[in-house]
Design a protein around this ligand. Structure first.
Ligand code: BGC
Length: 348
């Protein structure tokens, strides 16, 4: 893991102008800390792991977690966060469905003396207290570099994430950093560039299909995550192109890992969710206690540089599937290789 310089950061100093709990208002040692954990969605597999790992770690640290999930509906998340604030949780941990709208959650929370940790997705234009995530630009860089290993010129398609999710822009920025010089030199032409509403595979499929249906040609696709990659690969399959056109992804979802070992998806980016969730729970508990948190970076959210803890993502291809996703127990060998004939599987 690439570790940036660890900087000690005093939580009490990071709330901007917002009202903060005074030490006497912080949860007394004898009382159980209550963490409000609001997830914008549980749709992709990963979020259920995030929730479960987070709750397990928080409980091990003696805290209680109230979990809410908004089914990808920002209005529902607004109500749920309002309820958590009204319940008087000690700290809020939020995966925003809409990173702009969520600025109002930070304001409300601060007015009630509650600090906010953004989890995986940043909250924009606010005095957000802390952010825990992965190096999201690096995710995009790995996607583009992995594709360039196979195809380094021709017609490229970019299928991005949801426009309400700041991560989608970070992933794209990282990928563009890698391919822009080749666009400038004329080696690569970006022939189709579309974001995917709500990160829905069906929307990615419809976008890719619309491009192909109008006779569009494609040599490679950078898809922002495994869900969108799945939609893209379905559209390619219908044109007899699956396995011929490299496609990236992210999340190391089971279906994506299967496609990788079977040859229709080129790569995924593995983000180890357990360390993320455990870091998140540790930070949340420290915030509730008014303790210092060690950070290793800053991410600008449009208003301030938010002190951040950023973990390192890992590129996964067929070649290192065994040493990464399988070795770490993120997916099982049997499940990933279930459609690969026994004599073609790597040794266990
Ligand atoms: C996460 C990805 C996920 C996507 C869709 C992003 O914010 O970082 O891991 O695939 O949202 O849920």
């Amino acid at each position: 893991m690439v570790l940036l310089v660890l900087a000690l950061f005093l939580i009490g100093g990071c709330g901007g102008n917002a009202a903060t709990k005074t030490p006497t208002e912080s949860a007394p040692a004898s009382e159980k800390i209550v963490i409000g954990f609001s997830l914008g969605t549980l749709k992709e597999d990963r979020w259920q792991r995030d929730r479960d790992n987070f709750v397990a770690k928080a409980q091990a640290l003696g805290a209680e977690v109230v979990v809410e999930s908004a089914n990808a509906d920002p209005a529902v998340q607004t109500t749920q966060v309002g309820n958590l604030i009204a319940q008087g949780v000690d700290v809020l941990v939020i995966v925003p469905e809409d990173g702009e709208l969520a600025a109002s959650y930070v304001e409300k929370a601060h007015a009630a003396g509650i600090k906010v940790l953004a989890y995986d997705r940043i909250i924009k234009n606010s005095d957000l207290d802390l952010y825990v995530s992965f190096q999201n630009e690096k995710v995009g860089e790995l996607q583009a570099k992995g594709i360039l290993e196979l195809v380094n010129k021709g017609k490229f398609v970019y299928i991005g994430g949801a426009p309400t999710d700041n991560n989608a822009f970070q992933f794209k920025a990282g990928a563009m950093d890698v391919i822009q010089p080749k666009i400038d030199s004329g080696d690569i032409e970006l022939v189709f560039d579309k974001m995917t509403d709500e990160w829905k595979p069906a929307n990615a499929y419809a976008n890719m299909k619309s491009y192909l249906d109008t006779g569009g040609e494609v040599d490679a696709v950078i898809a922002a995550n495994d869900g969108t990659a799945g939609g893209v690969i379905q559209a390619l399959t219908e044109k007899g192109l699956a396995g011929k056109v490299p496609v990236s992804g992210q999340d190391a979802e089971l279906a994506a890992c299967q496609r990788i070992v079977e040859g229709t998806q080129t790569l995924t980016v593995f983000k180890n969710l357990k360390p993320l969730a455990e870091k998140g729970a540790e930070i949340a508990v420290a915030m509730a206690k008014g303790e210092q948190v060690a950070t290793n970076g800053k991410v600008n959210n449009g208003k301030i540089d938010v002190p951040s803890v950023l973990l390192d993502p890992v590129l996964v291809t067929k070649a290192n599937m065994m040493d990464t996703v399988i070795a770490l127990g993120f997916q099982s060998y049997d499940a990933v290789y279930q459609n690969v004939p026994a004599d073609q599987r790597p040794a266990q």
